[in-house]
Design a protein. Sequence first.
Lengths: 300, 379
Amino acid sequence: MSKEKTMKLSLPEEELMNSGHLACQGCGATLAMRYVLKALGQRTALCIPACCWSVIDGPFPYSSLDVPIYHCAFETAAVSASGVKAGLEMVGDSETTVVAWAGDGGTFDIGIQALSGVAERNDDILYVCYDNEAYMNTGTQRSSATPYGAWTTTTPVKHFKNRPKKDMVAIMAAHRIPYIATASIGYPEDLVKKIKKAKEIKGTKFIHIYAPCPSGWKCRPEDTVKLSRMVVQNAIFPLYEIEWGDKYILNIKLKDKKPINDYLRLQGRFHHLSEKDIAFMQEEVDKKWERLLGFVNKCQ
Amino acid sequence: MGNHALSFGAMLCRVQVISAYPITPQTQVVELLSEMCADKTLDAKFIKVESEHSAMAACLGASLAGARTFTATSSQGLTLMHELLHWASGGRLPVVMGNINRSMAPGWSIWSDQNDSLSQRDTGWIQFYCANNQEVLDTVIQAFKVSEKLLIPSMAVLDAFTLSHTYEVVDIPEQEKVDEYLPPFKPPIRLTPDEPHAFGGLTSPDHYFELRYKLQKDMEKAPALIEETGKEFKQKFGRFLGLVDDYCCEDADLILITSGTMGSTARVAVDELRKEGIKVGNLRIRAFRPFPFEKVREIVKNAKKIAVVDRNISYGHHGVFYQEVKSSLYGHDGCPPTFGFIAGLGGRDITPSTFREIVQYALEKKRPEEEIVWIGVKR
C-alpha cells in the first residue's frame, strides 16, 4: 500500500474573499486582498476609502468579503482605521486587526495628511496601499504614484508623466514607525509572511503592495502575475522591509538584475517611449537600487 | 466658561472616544478633556489628530465600532469637516459635537457669528443653539440621548467668547443621575468581525432614495423627542430643554425671534420696553434642526408683528432664521408682517439698544420695506 501524501500548502487555506466580486479580469488589487485576508484571518476589520475596492467588494447590500468593511471618505482611510481601533478597544475588542485598505491615490495623494498623522502618533493599525499607479477607478488619471514615462488619460503621450513616482516608503520611513514593507502579488508567500509579521506588531504598519491593472496599464490580464515578478527582478519595485525607519532588510536579492525594457514593452502605457527615454528610466532605476543597497548594507 | 461646560458635559456622558483639533475659541474644550483623560477622571481614548477633517473621521470610525464619541470645533474647522458631516448623518452615526460660533474668514475673525454652523444646515445634523453655559452642559447630555435614540448626530452650538470664554456658575449634575438619564450607547448594528457587514458601500438608485427618506422620517421624530427628553431632564435636574424658549410672548404685539446669547440681551430690552408700555416678547429658537415649525406658529399666533434677528446671512437671500421663520408661517392663517434684521456679524456687539432700534423700526413700519434691515452697519 502506498502512503497517502498530503500536499504542503505554502499559503493559508482559509478563504475570506468570495466569488461574485466586481473586479476586472487580471486585477492585481483583488489578488492582494485575497492574500492579505488569508494572512490576517477573520478577526479583521477593513476601512476602505474611495478606490477600486470600494466597487470591487460589491454593491449595497452585498459584500464579497467575510470581514466587516467601513467604506470611508477618500482622504480618511488611515484615521478612520484609528477611530475604529479606538472604538473597538473601548467596547472590549482589542483583538481585531484594523486595516486601512487604500489605493495609491488615497495614499500618496489625498490621504497622505491623515496617514502622516496616524503614523506620527503610531496608532495601532495596519495600512495597506495597493498600488496600481494611477486613478484607475475613475478611468486612469495620473496620481503621484504614476511612474515616470507613463501614459494616463491626464498625461497623454505627447506630454507623458515627466516626474518620478513619489517615494512613499521613504516618507513613511521618515515617520519612524515600527514596520514598513513592500510586497508584490507575484510573490504571495513573501506577501503573506509580511502581513503576518505586521499583524503581531503594535503601532502603525505600512505595507506597499504592487498591484497591476490591465485595463489602465494596457497590458494583458494574463500578464498580471508575470509583471508582478518582473517588476521585482528588474528592481523597479524591490521587496524589502524597514523597521523603525532605519533598519533595512532586503527580501529578494538580485544576482541577475534584469533590464526594465521587457517589462515596459508588455504595457501599452509605455509604448510611446523612445530608446533614449528608456535609457534614462533605466539609469534612474539603477540609481535608486544602489541607494537601497546602500541602506541595506549599512544595516548588516 | 462655556468651553468647560462642554467638557464637563462630555465627561458626564462618559464619552469613550474623543478626537479633536485645536482652534480658537474652542481650545479649552480639548485642553480640559485632555486633562480628564490623562488623570483618568474620564475613561476615554483621545485621538489628537492633525486636522478637523481627521477629527470627525476618527469619531465616525469609533462611533461605527460602537463607542460614544465626542468632538468640538469652530468656524474654519467645522467647515473643513463639512464632507464628513454628511458622512455622519448618512452613516447614522450619533456623534455629538460642540461648535463655537465664530465668523468665517477672510478676513480673519475669531469673533462670533453663525455662518459657520448655519452653512451646515443641510448636512442632516440636529443643531441646538445655547443661551447660557448651563444650557451648554445640559445640551450635551440631552444631545447624546436624542442622537443615540434616532441615530442622527447632534451639534451643541454656542457663541464665541460671549459663552465660550465667559465664566458663570454652572450646576454640574451628579454622575449617578446622568447615568440614569443616559444609559450606555448600544447601537443596533456596529462594525465587528462577529457579524461582518459592509457599511456605506456603493448604493444604487434602487436603494439610496429610501435611505434618505428614512433619515428624514427619523429627523421628523426629533421635535417630539426633544420635548420629551427635555421634560425628562426637568424631572431629574430641574431644568427644561425644549425646542424653543419663549419669554413674554402670550400678549406681545411684537415678538423678537432670536437664537443663541442674543436671546438674553433681547430679554433685557423686553423688560425695559415693557416698563415703557410697549408689549414686546422674545422667542428664542433652541433647536434649529429639526426646525420647530409648529412651536413657532403656536407662539406667534397672536402677535401683530414679528422681527427676526439674524447674526448670519445667506448671501443673495436673507438671514437664515428669517427664511426659516417665514417658511414656518407661509400658507398658515394669520401670518403677521415679518421683518428680517441682520446684526452683529463678525462679533459686532449686540446690545439692548440694538434691540431698541429693531423694535422701533418694526413698530414704525407697517410691513417690511427692505429685504434685509441692517442694524448698526457703517455705510
